[in-house]
Design a protein around this ligand. Structure first.
Ligand code: ADP
Ligand code: MG
Length: 240
């Protein structure tokens, strides 16, 4: 689904990504872990070109999206993204947040877009919040709405950047549950998270990043039980 080759990202003179290579298979739940500043968010943001790679190639579903001729807007519609800070539109109702992109970009009718939105609201357990505004929701509810909003475009991939890091502890579970169900349904997912329980239970593969590189990758239970690289060992000893 996604092929990354020799991905580099520099901000001025700061090398943030230093040659990332990975293939993300259809239906895979790739969990990305690593210390703060290791380049996890930059990596994720390069996948849909929210950051422009300094070097390297990214293929998405057969298309070389880093090509100069490519119109990234086409693929962005097929890649849902969920952020730590939700990024809901505060002045729009929940329903309007979810239906905006399908109406504007997919030119769906109001009835079609609303139908999709209510299906998704049911899926994330928030059917009764359609007319609420983001400010009236808890953090966990906001994040479930943000997921529903991303899903409304029927993406082929979902990218999550620490979706539970801004939540009070009692709300983490409800968001992870939604993500787990998404994974069960076969969604291809790339998830930056510090939730090692989620990584173990739902991840098909874990990559450990440090210094803008993938230091180590493997099946969750193998990588957690038997990390090979000293930096992986050190990181896991702090978070497990
Ligand atoms: P992580 O998500 O693993 O914490 P990031 O990808 O956010 O790491 O950041 C990696 C490094 O890149 C950090 O040193 C950060 O300060 C730097 N960085 C990220 N975005 C920018 C930017 N837009 N301009 C300059 N430096 C940036
Ligand atoms: Mg980050």
């Amino acid at each position: 689904m996604i092929r990354v080759r020799n991905l580099h990202k520099r901000f001025h003179k700061l090398n943030v990504l230093n040659g990332i290579n990975i293939d993300i298979e259809r239906g895979e739940v790739l969990v990305v872990i690593g210390p703060s500043g290791s380049g996890k968010s930059t990596f994720l943001r390069c996948l849909n070109l929210l950051e422009t790679p300094s070097e390297g190639e990214i293929h998405f579903d057969g298309t070389l999206i880093t090509s100069k001729q490519n119109d990234i807007n086409v693929q962005r519609q097929q890649m849902g993204m969920v952020f730590q800070q939700f990024n809901l539109f505060p002045h729009l109702s929940v329903l309007h947040n979810i239906t905006l992109a399908p109406r504007k970009l997919k030119k769906l009718s109001d009835a079609e877009a609303n139908g999709i939105a209510f299906d998704l609201l049911r899926k994330v357990g928030l059917e009764d919040k359609a007319q609420s505004y983001p400010g009236q929701l808890s953090g966990g509810q906001k994040q479930r709405i943000a997921i529903a909003r991303a899903l409304a475009m029927s993406p082929k991939v979902m990218l999550f950047d620490e979706p539970t890091s801004a939540l009070d502890p009692e709300m983490v579970g409800e968001v992870l549950e939604v993500m787990k169900n998404l994974a069960k349904g076969g969604m291809t997912m790339v998830v930056v998270t510090h939730e090692m329980g989620f990584a173990r239970e739902v991840g098909t593969r874990v990559v450990f990043m440090d210094g803008g590189k993938i230091v180590e990758a493997g099946k969750p239970h193998e990588l957690f039980a038997n990390p090979q690289h000293p930096r992986t060992k050190e990181f896991l000893s702090k978070v497990l």
